[in-house]
Structure formats: structure tokens, C-alpha cells
Ligand binder design. Structure first.
Ligand code: ZN
Ligand code: ZN
Length: 360
């Protein structure tokens, strides 16, 4: 079968790789109908060697598909089910899974990040025709019937990572009715964080980025104000909306030293800053704890336990209250995966996120 393979910094290729097989009784084999390229895959593309990725590693942690085969011990997932695979593999039964923190599963790991897999291998990437899913009962989520047709894949694929990650950021920020909320970052997670904020009836959602085409999508998804930070700062908008007090909640979809220091300046006393995003592995934000102390700031966030949020998000997708599909701006055959990476890493005009279709 075909799959995307890391071949050293700067190179992702479409290669012929071995078909996955059932290795343990809890496994399932999923035929991928749609896979996503994630912003964090670009970190692998550019810095994979520093993260310990070997040449030949198979990439991809966002995929939806149809179950082709299950191991003898799988109970809740059956052949033919349309499933969504959260990017983190989890048992569903350990101390942390039962608390809803599936990303801290005691025997968990992630697809397409082999170096993060502590227990057994190999777990391969989802940007491929088929994937082996360990602990299928704990990991996979059955897609609701009304969204199960492949024609809904653009709505369902963001449920593997970017929509629940955005929702996690909004929940951690504790957005409440009447709040003035700032979202920093106009990638898929930032755009969907602005979208998810609308569930909580804020006064304003100020989306900050530097791609006018993406900011336009953010406005369509629910941002009340957009700021192109290459042309303007957000300070004036925040001050105007908050009577000079500062933002109630700031969501960092890009968590860099610069965005954290911006947030700490712009948050009002008693406010919350939440952060998601993998920039912390490239240079962690310095948190000025003295300011956090004096302003009583709550800092919250981290890697999103996607599986935990799916049950509350599915009905919002089914009703149309949330529709994350506008962030999937491109859909290419899997065989053109290298081009898909080029579209994303060059931030091609009009691009946010690329989907790959193995069946095309
Ligand atoms: Zn992702
Ligand atoms: Zn677990």
C-alpha cells in the first residue's frame, strides 16, 4: 500500500510500505477514507531529525475510515463501522482515561509519532491507505450515522484533532457570556477556536493573525473582529472593547515566547490564558510569574484529550451548530501527498489545511 514517509528534514515522500496486520487481540485495521496534514506534521517535516524521527518513519495522526478487520478481543467496534481516530491511542480504562485525560493514558501513544510510543510498536502513521489501531475499543470513536457517509469526511476529519483541540483551548480558557476573547493564531486551530467560542456567547472574539485570507475564514466562522498583526496591533481593539481593562480570556493557538508575552500584557486581572500548540517543543514561552501573581491570572491548556470531548461535540456537528469543514481548503489524492506538504509549508495563498484521499 501507499503511505507518507519522512525521509529526513525537508522531505516527505509517498512510498510503498507494508500493509498493516493485526498484531494483538485489541487491534483493528482501518481503511482510511480521508487523512489530514497537521501543522504539527510541518514541525516533523522541518525538524523531525531533532525530534528523533528516523528516516522511513510513517507520518500522520489525523484520519477517518472504515474498519476492515478486528482482533479477537475487540468488543465495541465492528467491521464496517465508520470511525474517527483521535490522534492519541488510549486504553479507555486506566486511571487517566477514566478521568477524561486520554492523552495521559498509562499505555497510550500517538499515531505517526513513533518516538512517543512507550509500550509496543510499530504504530504507523495515518497518511496511508490502511492503519493498524491498537486498543481499538479505547481509541476509536464510531461516527454518528448521519455523518458516516464519506461525503461528510470534511466535517468529520477535523474531529481527529483540530476541532477538539480548539474546543479544549476554549474550555480551558473558561469563556463565559459577555467575555471579550482574543484568539492568537490563524491556523486551523485558531480559526476553530474562534468558531467554538461562539458556543459560549461572548461579547467579542478578536482573531489575530497575519494571513488576510485565513482571517476572512475566521470571520465566517464567528470571529467578530479580525486583526492582521502585520498591519496593526490588537491592543487598540482590545482596549476599545473592554473599556481599557484588557481581554477576559486569551487563547494561544500559537504558544510562543512572543505570544505569551503579548497575552500577559493584554489579559485583564482575574483573566485566563489558555494555550495549545506544539511550539513549546521549539522554544517554550517564558511565563512572567510575577505578573501572573499580581494580576491573578489563570494559565491553562495543553495537549487535547480528543476522545474525552467527542461525545459532546458530535451532536453539535450533527445539528450544524459547529461546522469545521471550512478549514480544509485543499483535498488531494494521497499519491500527491508531497505536493500537499508543499502547499501547507509554503502557506500557499488560500490554504489552511490539506486533506489527503487514499481512494482518489
Ligand atoms: Zn494534528
Ligand atoms: Zn488509558
Amino acid at each position: 500500500m501507499k503511505g507518507i514517509v519522512f525521509e529526513g528534514n525537508g522531505t516527505m515522500t509517498v512510498a510503498t510500505v507494508p500493509d498493516p496486520t493485526i498484531m494483538g487481540p485489541g487491534d483493528a485495521i482501518v481503511r482510511v477514507t480521508k487523512a489530514g496534514i497537521c501543522g504539527s506534521d510541518l514541525h516533523i517535516l522541518n525538524h523531525g531529525e531533532a525530534f528523533g524521527f528516523e528516516h522511513g518513519c510513517r507520518i500522520g495522526h489525523e484520519f477517518v475510515g472504515v474498519v476492515e478487520e478486528v482482533g479477537a478481543a475487540v468488543r465495541t467496534i465492528t467491521v464496517g463501522d465508520k470511525v474517527c481516530a483521535p490522534f492519541w491511542i488510549s486504553c479507555g480504562e486506566c486511571h487517566f482515561c477514566t478521568k477524561g485525560l486520554h492523552t495521559s493514558c498509562l499505555i497510550g501513544g500517538s499515531f505517526g509519532f513513533q518516538t512517543f510510543w512507550p509500550v509496543e510498536g510499530p504504530v504507523q502513521g495515518g497518511q496511508s491507505e490502511f492503519v493498524r489501531v491498537p486498543m481499538a475499543d479505547g481509541t476509536l470513536d464510531r461516527v454518528p450515522e448521519s455523518l458516516a457517509a464519506d461525503s461528510h469526511d470534511h466535517t468529520v476529519l477535523p474531529m481527529t484533532d483540530v476541532l477538539p483541540t480548539a474546543y479544549h483551548a476554549v474550555r480551558c480558557a473558561d469563556v463565559r457570556p459577555g467575555d471579550n476573547v482574543v484568539v492568537v493564531g490563524d491556523g486551523a486551530v485558531g480559526l476553530l477556536a474562534a468558531h467554538a467560542c461562539t458556543l459560549f456567547d461572548p461579547n467579542s472574539v478578536i482573531l489575530c493573525g497575519h494571513h488576510p485570507d485565513r482571517l476572512k475564514i475566521g470571520a465566517h466562522l464567528g470571529a467578530t473582529h479580525t486583526v492582521d498583526t502585520r498591519a496593526d496591533g490588537a491592543e487598540h481593539t482590545i482596549a476599545t472593547l473592554s473599556d481599557g481593562f484588557g481581554a477576559d480570556r486569551i487563547i494561544l493557538a500559537i504558544a510562543s515566547p512572543e505570544t505569551m508575552s503579548f497575552a500577559m500584557e493584554q489579559i485583564q486581572p482575574g483573566g485566563t490564558i489558555s494555550w495549545v500548540g506544539m511550539e513549546v517543543f521549539l522554544g517554550a514561552p517564558v511565563i512572567p510569574w510575577d505578573q501572573a501573581f499580581l494580576k491573578n491570572i489563570t494559565i491553562s491548556g495543553g495537549v487535547a484529550p480528543v476522545k474525552h470531548y467527542l461525545p459532546e461535540l458530535w451532536p453539535l456537528l450533527e445539528s450544524g451548530r459547529l461546522d469545521p469543514s471550512p478549514v480544509l481548503t485543499h483535498d488531494l489524492p494521497l499519491s500527491e501527498g508531497t505536493e500537499g506538504y508543499a502547499v501547507m509549508s509554503s502557506r500557499q495563498e488560500g490554504s489552511v489545511k490539506v486533506a489527503l484521499s487514499p481512494g482518489a
